[in-house]
Design a binder for this molecule. Structure first.
Ligand SMILES: Cc1cc2nc3c(=O)[nH]c(=O)nc-3n(C[C@H](O)[C@H](O)[C@H](O)COP(=O)(O)O)c2cc1C
Length: 192
């Protein structure tokens, strides 16, 4: 069987992003567990704010088609999102909105969400660890009819969550990380 390919998408472009750091940590754990991991930045897929008139006039941006195809070439997708005002950042929502409009030949629109496993994680400096963003992201992906795995990771007090090798140091965080990695691999393998 070919190696399981997992795409990791951080939902923040910020220098020093807590979510980019968590995405890197989870990517390392997924690699350690034997998957072939690609970690991208949404900075490489710039898109205008979704507007139906713009889509009618100019079509879907090539960057959205590229992101959709990047997702299609992986068996599983892990999204690591910040929490903005109890939801997900517009950067991430906009990318999902555009990708959900892409229709490649011989595919239904939005099929990219249905054919692979999705996992979600979040980090925040506060006590809630971005858990409300995870609720919002799960709802959005489920509306796209994605298979979102039950396990998720919300990392509270994220500035103090790592050891000096950038690994999670608190047992509950490590347990949640391991459970998420294990389940993402297991469900992605079943969907291959
Ligand atoms: C517009 C905005 C809204 C925010 N709302 C929340 C929030 O609702 N809950 C929360 O825990 N943190 C909130 N924060 C703080 C972010 O979680 C924090 O800045 C986090 O570090 C952003 O993720 P990043 O480090 O990956 O860029 C907000 C930040 C911004 C800029």
């Amino acid at each position: 069987m070919s190696a399981l390919k997992i795409l990791v998408i951080p939902g923040s472009l910020r220098t020093g992003s807590l979510n980019a750091k968590l995405a890197a940590t989870l990517a390392a754990e997924l690699t350690q567990a034997g998957s072939d991991v690609t970690r991208i930045s949404l900075a490489d897929f710039p898109m205008p704010i979704y507007d139906g008139d713009l889509q009618a006039k100019s079509g879907i941006p090539k960057t959205a088609i590229n992101l959709k195809r990047m997702m299609s070439s992986h068996h599983g997708v892990l999204i690591v999102t910040p929490e903005y005002n109890a939801s997900i950042p517009s950067l991430l929502k906009n990318a999902i909105d555009w990708v959900s409009r892409v229709q490649d030949p011989h595919e239904a629109r939005g099929q990219v969400f249905r054919d692979r496993a999705f996992a979600i994680a979040s980090a925040s400096g506060g006590r809630l660890g971005g858990s409300r963003a995870l609720m919002a992201l799960r709802l959005i992906l489920t509306a796209c009819r994605a298979q979102v795995i039950p396990n998720q990771l919300s990392l509270p007090f994220a500035t103090d969550a790592y050891d000096d090798k950038d690994r999670l140091k608190q047992p509950p965080d490590i347990d949640a990380q391991d459970a998420l990695v294990r389940q993402l691999i297991e469900i992605s393998q079943h969907m291959m």
